[in-house]
Each structure stands twice: as C-alpha cells, then as structure tokens.
Design a protein around this ligand. Structure first.
Ligand code: NAD
Ligand code: UD1
Length: 350
C-alpha cells in the first residue's frame, strides 16, 4: 500500500515508517520540521535500505497536499503531525488549535477530494483527562484538561462527524499511553528539543550526566509508593499497531477507537530502579511537589486492540529502557550528530 505519513520525521512517525517499509509498504512523508530534522530520513534508510519520499511543508498547506496526492497513488494516511507539548499549549492555545485542528481539516478535505478515505489518527490518553478509574477503557467519558488534550478530543469529534456523514470513511483513532524506548538499532529515538519534560527522556539525560538529578513530582499519590503510575509502551510496539490498524481499516469501514498501552502501570520510583538496572547508571533524584495537571495513575485496558487488531505490546520494561538508553548513549545530542556526514539527497517537491 502507498501510505502518506504526516509528521514522519518525528519520534513515533519515524519508527512507524521503518515498520511500514519493512512490511513492504511505500511511504511518503510530509513534515514541516517544526519539531524534527531531516536526519531521521538518513537513519531510516540505514535501517531499511529505503529512503522514503519526503516533502518538507505543513499539512496546513493544501496546495502541497494536493501535489502529493496528484503525484502518488496514496491509499491511506497516518496522521502524526501536530504539536504535542501540554505546557506550550497552555501558554499559546491558539497556536495549538491552529496547528493541530486546522491542519487535520485541510488533510481530510484533500483526502476526500482525492477519494482517499482510510485514516489513522494519533490521539492520546490525554482525552481521558483526570479520570481516576483504571484500567482506562475506550468507552469511558472523555474530558481533556489542557488545550493540547482538547485539540485531540476535538479532532476525534471532527472525525466522528465526518464518518457519520460519509460512510466511505474508515478511521482508526489510536489513543497512545506513554510511548518510550527507541529502535533496537540505536539509530532512531526520541530527540526532545531543550529540557525534556517527559520522564524517560529526563532520566536518560541524568544517566548521561547532562542533568544533575531527576525531580520526582509528588510522592503523596494514592499509589503503593506514593509516586505517579503510568502505562509505558515501547515505540516499536506502537509502530506495529499502526501497521495493523492500516490493514484493519482497509477491510472494516467505520470509526474505530483503540487504546494503545501494555495494560500494566509502573510508578516513577519503579522506573528509576528499572532504568538503573538497564543502564548500570545511578539516577539521583529528589522528591518535589506534584506537577500541576498531573494525575496519580493511568494505565490502559488494551483488550480491544488485541481482539480487533490482533495487536498486543511485545516489549517488557527492561527492553524499553535498554533501547531508550542505547539510543541516548550512542546519540548524546540526539540527531545533531549526522550519521554519515554526507548531506541527504532529499526528494522534495520541486
Ligand atoms: P513529534 O513532535 O516527535 O512528531 C510530530 C511531527 O510532526 C514532528 O516531526 C513535527 O515537525 C511535525 N509537525 C508538527 N506540525 C506539523 C504540521 N502542521 N505539518 C507538518 N508537520 C508537522 O511527536 P511524536 O511524539 O512523534 O507524536 C506524534 C503524534 O502522536 C502527535 O500528534 C502527538 O500529539 C501524538 N502523541 C504523542 C505522544 C507522545 O508521548 N510522544 C503521546 C500521545 C499522543
Ligand atoms: C505527559 C502529558 C501528556 C502526554 C504525555 C506524552 C502532562 C500533564 N501530560 O503525560 O499529555 O500525552 O506526556 O507525551 O504533561 N515525572 C517526574 N519527573 C519528571 C517528569 C515526569 O516525576 O521530570 C512523573 C510525572 O509526574 C508522571 C510520570 O513521571 O507521574 C510520567 O510523566 P510524563 O513522562 O511527563 O508523562 P505524563 O505526565 O503521563
């Protein structure tokens, strides 16, 4: 299948592109590089032997999208592109509503114009808001607590309206829990710009010695050790779920919603301990007050993805953390150090 991957040079997009190529799909990427660089393309080629077609530009650019759909026989779209920082979205909500929502509307309009109706959308556990019931089931009430989360919820609703109005649409809304880890080659991984805000990238920087110590945000939650519990999932497992979702929606029109998690949660202190084992590095930490907006515990019920997609997370916590550490150790500055030192020949729209 020929698949358009929006945001394909980003963290999850690059891992999914690798898996799609390995499953013999043809991948076309559009990314405006607002939170990535072109370096992952070279790494994808190093892993798979294939350089995906790449267009630098925004999903909001309908002319560019039209060019892409004219040039390639796109059969399905995986829509990762979007801004994803909760803090930034609170500081500048309009930028988030504009980037995430407007681009999705433009994408769907273009897809419809070219009679492409198969879409996989990157949603988030953020749509469950402050829900304290675990495990989290897809049918639970949704209610986001930040502008970022609301963009995900609004897009989910837009996609629902679209599918209700036109039954040719076949849509999977994938709600990710906490993606971590990296490709086992150590060639691609998560490359946060500036100070990491998520737990595992922060721990990696402490292990490297770039940061002194980890702040553990709160030890007074209603959890066995008092620290927050999350459902961490290997990015390669997420990538696999996208490939399965693409195949599923090709044969099942409708609107489908899946949690993507392991179904098991780990606390912050358990994560520190497991990372120390995986890396043989000490992780100094101090307990700090709770981070605003955080919830105590969240983990997925992932049964629906198992029964309908035939998908289940395969990697355990040690594998996730070993892979995260391998990537970080070999790429202490992320993608800043180019792999081969040669400029990439980009196949961009002329
Ligand atoms: P990422 O920032 O690494 O990747 C997103 C990519 O989209 C980046 O390469 C960025 O340059 C690109 N982009 C942003 N706006 C664009 C636009 N208008 N046009 C073209 N490209 C654009 O993020 P990620 O971690 O790979 O996340 C992918 C998707 O999954 C996002 O939609 C995110 O909200 C969602 N998600 C991520 C997580 C997570 O923890 N990483 C959790 C839940 C949901
Ligand atoms: C955060 C976002 C969420 C997003 C997800 C993945 C918030 C409120 N939520 O989720 O919308 O989908 O990232 O990108 O920002 N922790 C520490 N010290 C740290 C960092 C984190 O103790 O330096 C703790 C947190 O309090 C939490 C756990 O580690 O209990 C996981 O945090 P994080 O990795 O940021 O993910 P979430 O908060 O679940």
């Amino acid at each position: 299948m020929t698949i358009l991957v929006t945001g394909g040079t980003g963290y999850i997009g690059a891992h999914t592109t690798v898996q799609l190529i390995e499953q013999n799909h043809e991948v076309v990427i559009i990314d405006n590089l607002s939170n990535s660089t072109i370096e992952p393309l070279r790494r994808i080629e190093a892993i798979t032997g294939v350089m995906p077609r790449f267009y630098q530009g925004s999903v909001q650019d309908s002319q560019l999208l039209q060019q892409i759909f004219q040039r390639h026989n796109i059969e399905a779209v995986i829509h990762f592109a979007g801004a994803k920082s909760v803090g930034e979205s609170v500081a500048d909500p309009l930028a988030y509503y504009h980037n995430n929502i407007a681009s999705t509307v433009t994408l769907c309009q273009t897809m419809s114009h070219f009679n492409v109706f198969n879409l996989v959308f990157s949603s988030s556990a953020a749509v469950y808001g402050n829900s304290t019931k675990v495990p989290v089931i897809e049918s639970m009430t949704t209610q986001a607590t930040s502008p970022y989360g609301r963009t995900k919820l609004m897009i989910e609703q837009i996609l629902e309206d679209l599918q209700m109005t036109d039954s040719r649409w076949s849509i999977a809304r994938l709600r990710y829990f906490n993606p971590i880890g990296a490709h086992y080659s150590g060639l691609i991984g998560e490359d946060p710009q500036g100070l990491p805000s998520n737990l595992v990238p922060y721990i990696c920087q402490v292990a490297l010695g770039s940061l002194d110590k980890l702040s553990v945000f709160g030890d007074d939650y209603d959890t066995p050790d008092g620290t927050g519990i999350r459902d961490f999932i290997h990015v390669a497992d997420l990538a696999d779920a996208h490939e399965k979702a693409i195949r599923y929606i090709a044969n099942h029109a409708g609107l489908h919603t899946f949690n993507l998690g392991t179904g098991r949660g780990y606390s912050v202190l358990e994560m520190i301990c497991a990372f120390e084992q995986a890396s043989s590095k000490p992780i100094p930490y101090i307990i700090q007050p709770r981070r605003e907006g955080d919830i105590g515990k969240s983990w997925a019920c992932a049964k629906r993805a198992k029964s309908m997609l035939g998908w289940q997370a395969q990697h355990n916590l040690q594998q996730m953390l070993q892979d995260a550490w391998r990537w970080q150790k070999h790429n202490p500055e992320g993608y800043k150090q180019p792999l081969l030192g040669q400029p990439i020949s980009l196949r961009m729209a002329s």
